[in-house]
Design a protein around this ligand. Structure first.
Ligand code: C5P
Length: 319
């Protein structure tokens, strides 16, 4: 039998248009309501037949990506292999090659994207035939953002982010992403959020109750209308004060974007990437140039959303 051909999957980054964070749960996570939005900044993951699972990483921030069993894409390969064990398929492994364009630890769910891509790619490589719903169940066990990276588009996330409902969105939105010089670890940003909230007592000295997170009906209506000018002021992220407290220079980045005409300015997820909404593709290009000139970030990328979720781009047979 000839070896199966390599499979390549392209997978998008995400920004959060709303991120409402509840109080910490006993398991350490936070219940949240978020609006995930996939943008056209893609990693590419290729899997090939192998006797044992390995990973190699190239591209943007490759040095910061863990190798071996700590790599989320490797965890995805292992999780899928484990799920398939009852089918008696024998030993399943893959050589994983990740080409990174999504910066690491940037609030763009790059690691989650690679895990989603690896799941989809190995499902194809091993001819496993799992449905998207079955892959999504495995994805939820790997990380809160992994199911969304499979789905793409725009979706409301609940629970810890893994419970998805597709959102109705009209039109295309143009985003400038401003990448920071450093990285932020997601658990540290959530912990800083809890600390800031604990310190923000009421006048009687009692800790203020954190409200249950709820979807913004105004934002959902604006997204349905396709009107970027209406969406911009409704972008909201409960983790933003925490991200800014850990990396105060983000305040300058956000201000610069607003001053150069962004319709909305927000820290993406747990940061430190800032996302700026522009009126159209041309305004996004101009904003990208202005932000570069202002020297308020490491680099910028003009992108658009909603972008499709993880998708197979190539599965080459032998030449
Ligand atoms: O699920 P994931 O591994 O991506 O989450 C990384 C970390 O982010 C968690 O260990 C937790 O500290 C924090 N987190 C959280 N609440 C969420 C999602 C993530 O506290 N809903």
């Amino acid at each position: 039998m000839t070896a199966a051909p390599p499979v390549t999957v392209r997978v998008p980054a995400k920004v959060n248009l709303q991120l409402a964070v509840g109080p910490p749960r006993p398991d350490g996570y936070h219940d949240l309501v978020t609006v995930f939005h996939a943008v056209s900044l893609f990693d590419e993951v290729t899997v090939s037949p192998a006797d044992r699972t390995t990973v190699q990483v190239t591209g943007e921030g490759a040095d910061a990506v863990p190798r071996g069993s700590a790599n989320l894409a490797v965890k995805a390969v292992t999780a899928l292999e484990r799920a398939l064990r009852p089918r008696g398929r024998g030993k399943l492994a893959a050589a994983v090659s990740i080409r990174k364009r999504i910066p690491v630890a940037a609030g763009l769910a790059g690691g989650s994207a690679d895990a989603a891509a690896a799941l989809l790619a190995c499902n194809e490589l091993w001819r496993a035939g799992l449905s998207v719903a079955e892959l999504s169940d495995i994805a939820a066990g790997l990380g809160s953002d992994v199911p969304f990276a499979l789905a793409g588009g725009t979706a409301i996330g609940q629970g810890r982010g893994e419970l998805l409902t597709t959102a109705l969105v009209a039109g295309t939105y143009h985003w400038v992403l401003a990448f920071a010089a450093g990285a932020l670890a997601t658990p540290e940003v959530y912990a800083a959020c809890d600390r800031l909230r604990a310190g923000r007592g009421t006048s009687s000295g009692a800790a203020r109750r954190v409200p249950e997170p709820a979807p913004s009906t105004a934002l959902m209506a604006a997204l349905r209308s396709g009107d970027a000018a209406a969406v911009g002021p409704l972008l909201a992220n409960d983790l933003q004060p925490a991200a800014v407290s850990l990396m105060p220079e983000l305040r300058r980045t956000l201000t610069a974007g607003r001053e150069h005409g962004a319709l909305g300015a927000i820290v993406s997820g747990s940061g430190p990437t800032c996302a700026f909404l522009a009126a159209d593709a041309r305004a996004a290009r101009e904003l990208a140039v202005s932000l570069t000139g202002a020297g308020v970030c490491r680099s910028v990328a003009a992108t658009s959303g909603p972008a499709p979720g993880a998708a197979i781009t190539a599965s080459q047979g032998p030449a």
